[in-house]
Design a protein around this ligand. Structure first.
Ligand code: SF4
Ligand code: SF4
Ligand code: FES
Length: 233
């Protein structure tokens, strides 16, 4: 089986492993062929999120993906490459902080029902693998977009009944936030935890509208629609 890895240039390797995970194949190459090959890994069980990379243009976790002959491996997109398949996630993670993705102020009566817990249960499963960030097309035009995983975290805390100041979070995500998303759904398709950041962003847009905000691209349109749906200027 042959695979190609995008390093400083494209390098092809031959490996004799069957039904192996990508992480096992990378380990085999590093041990037996090229000790300079660099990649990140930790738990080997889809929990730590450190081994995400792209295969044939699609984000995967190397520890769960089964390698196919002819696969092309590349590092994540939208982040600086440190070396080979290792990327620098510092700026991507800083969007959690910029978005205030945490519990700000505990409400005085934090009664959490089972129903409340279910509202943001899946969002708690994010392993910060960065796959959604890499797949998001918005970074090609706006590197300051707060992005899918940070906005998913904001939804997690905005929808948490214990949060006493959710309006402040909604204020924070108006610039380079919910309105910059194109709702293309690429983030959802690559998430190994079945989280839909697109859907979380839609819910945050609805909360933003309830707080009096609207899509700034409509505000700059300068017109409106008549009762029959035709544009008026
Ligand atoms: S739905 Fe929004 S956040 Fe998700 S990939 Fe598309 S533009 Fe990015
Ligand atoms: S939302 Fe999904 S794809 Fe994005 S960082 Fe979290 S686990 Fe990874
Ligand atoms: S090594 Fe932890 S998610 Fe793959």
């Amino acid at each position: 089986m042959k695979i190609k890895i995008q390093r400083e240039s494209l390098v092809e390797y031959e490996v004799n492993l069957k039904d192996a995970t990508l992480l096992a194949v990378l380990g085999e190459i590093k041990t037996t062929q090229d000790s300079s090959l660099t990649y990140a890994s930790g738990c080997r069980s889809s929990v730590c999120g450190s081994c995400s990379m792209r295969v044939n243009g699609r984000e995967v976790l190397a520890c769960s993906y089964k390698v196919q002959d002819g696969d092309l491996l590349e590092p994540l997109k939208n982040v600086p490459v440190i070396r080979d398949l290792v990327v620098d996630m510092d700026k991507a993670y800083s969007f959690n902080q910029l978005s205030k993705a945490w519990i700000n102020s505990l409400s005085p009566t934090p009664q959490v029902s089972q129903e409340n817990e279910k509202i943001n249960e899946v969002q708690s499963d994010c392993i910060l693998c960065g796959s959604c960030y890499s797949a998001c097309p918005v970074y090609a035009v706006n590197p300051e977009f707060k992005g899918p995983f940070a906005l998913t975290r904001v939804w997690k805390y905005v929808s948490d009944v214990r949060e006493g100041e959710s309006k402040e979070k909604i204020d924070t995500i108006q610039t380079n936030g919910v309105w910059d998303c194109t709702l293309c759904n690429e983030c959802t398709l690559v998430c190994p935890q079945d989280i839909s950041s697109k859907s979380d962003i839609e819910k945050l847009r609805a909360r933003s509208a309830m707080a009096g905000y609207s899509d700034p691209s409509f505000a700059s349109f300068g017109g409106g629609f008549g009762f029959d749906g035709s544009p008026s200027f």
